[in-house]
Each structure stands twice: as C-alpha cells, then as structure tokens.
Design a protein around this ligand. Sequence first.
Ligand code: 5GP
Length: 111
Amino acid sequence: MSTIFGRIIEGKLPCKKVFENERILAIEDIHPAAPVHILIMPKKEIRDLQSLKGDDLHLIGEIVAVAQKLAVQLGIEDGYRLLTNNGPGAGQSVLHLHFHLLGGRSMGNLG
Ligand code: 5GP
C-alpha cells in the first residue's frame, strides 16, 4: 500500500485508533480541525469516492454505521459532519478513501 493511510493500515506507521474491524479503520486526525476529528477509512486500497464501485459500495454503509457509533461514544450525536473530499480539486491530500467525522464545535455553513 503506497499512501500514508496504507502504511498506517499495515501497522507500519503509528496512529491513535478509535475503531477497527476486518474492513474499516478509524483513527484520530493528526491535525484536528475540530475538538472531535476522526478519519474513517476502508482498509482496502481505494483511491477516492469516485473510484468506489460494485462490490465495494457496502463499505459506505459500514462507514456510516461506524460514524454513528463513534458519534454517540464521543458525545457529538446531536451535531456532527461526515464528509469526504473527492480528488485533489476538492482538497483530498491523501489518495486513500476516507471520511472525516467532525464535531464538538459549531460547524457553520459549508464554504
Ligand atoms: P484530506 O485532505 O485527504 O481530505 O484529509 C487528509 C487528512 O489526513 C488531513 O485532515 C490530515 O490532517 C490527516 N493526516 C495526514 N497525515 C496523517 C497521518 O500521518 N496520521 C493521521 N492520523 N492523520 C493524517
């Protein structure tokens, strides 16, 4: 696996893990943009949302379920944002599909 997240998934780089199963890993973002900032990603190497297809689409449902569970655990279930940046044009800097779970402060409008 060639990205930073790939190396984290392989255990070659450290992370603060908050959830893991066979298919999904959730970690704390190294540069949090909110009091709660978790990255939820499939372990399978998928570049971005646009590349996701067919048999892998179920991963989105799993990621949403993990986000819901973590939101309750972290006390942000009444106000959080779950988003992915698709491609460098949208600000994606790590080319391994991941969703940001953000909360713990007023989020405002999307810019
Ligand atoms: P993107 O810009 O691709 O949507 O989001 C990438 C996110 O990964 C950023 O919020 C950035 O802070 C985070 N990030 C980059 N490198 C690392 C790392 O090595 N460890 C962790 N935990 N987060 C990282």
